[in-house]
Ligand binder design. Sequence first.
Ligand SMILES: NC(=O)c1ccc[n+]([C@@H]2O[C@H](COP(=O)([O-])OP(=O)(O)OC[C@H]3O[C@@H](n4cnc5c(N)ncnc54)[C@H](O)[C@@H]3O)[C@@H](O)[C@H]2O)c1
Ligand SMILES: [Mg+2]
Ligand SMILES: [Zn+2]
Length: 276
Amino acid sequence: MTSRWTTAVLDTDVTGGWAVARSPEGFLFDDNGALFPREWLKRQDLSLLAEHGIGHLDGEPVYLLELQAAGEVPGCGWKGLRGFMLEGDHTLYKVLGYAAQIGTWAREHRFCGNCGQAMVQVPRERAMYCQPCDLRSYPRISPSMIVLITRGDEILLARSPRFVSGVYSTLAGFAEPGESAEDCLIREVREEVQIEVRNIQYLGSQCWPFPHSMMLGFHAEYAAGEIVPQADEIEDAQWFNIHALPPLPASRSIARYLIDVYVARRLGHAEPVLPG
Ligand SMILES: NC(=O)c1ccc[n+]([C@@H]2O[C@H](COP(=O)([O-])OP(=O)(O)OC[C@H]3O[C@@H](n4cnc5c(N)ncnc54)[C@H](O)[C@@H]3O)[C@@H](O)[C@H]2O)c1
Ligand SMILES: [Mg+2]
Ligand SMILES: [Zn+2]
């Protein structure tokens, strides 16, 4: 299957193509979605901070207009990336997820972290460059482990105070320097619920552009201990029977995929496919 969307570093001096506009309020959208004819969009009254050529959709070039602030564009509104993930077409969400990560990274790397001088975009490479330091900064990706822990027909799910009310999910956490993926998983599980796991198995990964996580998904079996939720981070954690599950995370998330795979295997049903 050929992908409709491929990333690329495009020359912003070339005119034409599609563009998406992003402000601190999210992406500009209208009834047709979030892609606009680029030359039309650039004629609107927008507070342009930077422009990036980000790839091709169905063979057509796509650009990102990164804005200082959300302005008024007749007939249009602003919507956060999560809204597009939950409601929108998956390919459009992939385009916007990539655009969001490039926009955030470039915005946060306008100045050199070493000497403080302005950095410039490197032509034909996704990098910001400081000439005096000869320093290149590349888009930031933060590896995070996510794990479904199981005990026969039971699965361990937890709630963070940040979650939508009622929803329980798998445990997750960011890798720290010096850790392997497995070290991180074992530490996060100990920190968040104080239990021990065994038979750690990798299932798959997912880009999570909120703002720049790379989720590495695992299954692990319960080995020992009683659940003790981490103060402040974990509001509640419980063993749930697979026949009596609470409200679960969004169907496009890897958290949901890990749960759905396990339930399907236990019940002998067809396994779901991990959304990219
Ligand atoms: N796609 C999914 O299904 C899914 C499900 C759950 C969590 N997630 C994501 O996984 C990531 C990690 O989960 P978590 O929030 O439980 O992490 P966590 O348990 O490590 O705790 C979050 C804390 O880590 C620190 N932190 C923030 N960014 C960091 C970074 N880049 N590196 C190191 N530490 C950082 C902060 O103190 C933050 O409060 C988050 O981005 C979350 O949105 C994705
Ligand atoms: Mg966590
Ligand atoms: Zn510098």
